[in-house]
Design a protein around this ligand. Structure first.
Ligand SMILES: NC(=O)c1ccc[n+]([C@@H]2O[C@H](COP(=O)([O-])OP(=O)(O)OC[C@H]3O[C@@H](n4cnc5c(N)ncnc54)[C@H](OP(=O)(O)O)[C@@H]3O)[C@@H](O)[C@H]2O)c1
Length: 253
């Protein structure tokens, strides 16, 4: 349960190795968050991060294994974490893969991997998390969508379509939770300098993990439903969404 001032006390991160997620958790622990569970694809890489979070004041820090693609086990995993650690104020869905667009255009298995992790993986965890949060009567699901899902681009449509799907699902889930005490906050960053984008040319309005973390923490305090990072992307995308396709596909995006 958030404290009397509305501060987040406990967070579960799905995709615990994500640079954006870790920046967010560091910021939350710098506030009043004391319980952190990092569910990670490669938990063995997070021992130092766990020590750092403990040193920063978190009293419970656990790293547990999690594969977003192993959808059959997700409901049992989520139930197990809530049973073991108690209520979570925030569940951050941060896993994702960018994939290789050139390969995925011609290789269905490569395209499906992006769809499975980003879209099916999100649905598969969001449903049981929402169900447990309905039961506890409070909580916020924060999900890292992307500006790429707002309108799929020629250069990035495999990833973009998976983000469009997860974003649409989460909007509906958020609507279905109105009145339950549970919220969904969808975060749509533009280009962020992280492991995922290493070696790529930064897009216009590129930002950092710390800036996304700040926007998430501010969004949680405000009870926002949608957070764009940087905020100006909201206006850029509201124009780009309506550009006719023959023109849109020629834009250098
Ligand atoms: N960076 C950007 O420009 C940008 C922009 C908009 C949205 N986003 C979204 O923000 C989220 C976080 O990305 P990031 O930028 O922080 O990149 P990141 O550091 O590469 O984080 C992505 C995380 O997803 C995990 N992951 C991948 N496949 C997984 C699987 N099957 N099961 C469990 N975890 C898996 C990765 O774990 P391993 O590395 O251990 O496999 C990694 O920790 C993603 O959803 C991404 O799509 C990123």
């Amino acid at each position: 349960m958030r404290d009397a001032l509305g501060n987040v006390q406990s967070v579960l991160v799905l995709g615990g190795g994500s640079d954006i997620a870790l920046a967010t958790v560091r910021s939350l622990v710098g506030g009043r968050t004391r319980t952190v569970v990092l569910a990670a694809h490669h938990p063995e890489k997070l021992a130092d991060v766990a020590d750092e979070l403990r040193a920063a004041g978190a009293t419970t820090v656990e790293v547990v294994p999690f594969d977003a693609d192993a959808v059959d086990g997700h409901t049992a995993l989520v139930d197990g974490w809530f049973d073991r650690f108690g209520d979570f104020d925030v569940v951050l869905i941060a896993f994702g893969v960018l994939g290789d667009q050139d390969v995925a255009e011609v290789d269905a298995e490569a395209a499906l991997e992006v769809a499975r992790v980003n879209y099916l993986g999100t649905i598969s965890v969001a449903v049981p998390v929402a169900q447990r949060m309905r039961g506890q009567g409070h909580g916020t699901i924060v999900a890292l969508s992307s500006v790429a899902g707002e309108r799929a681009r020629r250069s990035n449509f495999v990833y973009g379509s998976s983000k469009a799907g997860m974003d649409a699902f989460l909007q509906g889930l958020g609507d279905s939770l109105v009145g339950t005490g549970v919220k969904v906050m969808i975060v749509r960053p533009g280009f962020v300098a992280t492991k995922m984008t290493e070696g790529l040319n930064p897009a216009p309005l590129a930002t950092t993990s710390d800036a996304v973390a700040d926007a998430i923490v501010t969004g949680l305090a405000r009870g926002s439903e949608t957070v764009w990072v940087p905020g100006t992307l909201r206006y850029v995308m509201s124009v780009l969404r309506h550009v006719p396709r023959p023109i849109f596909r020629k834009l250098p995006l």
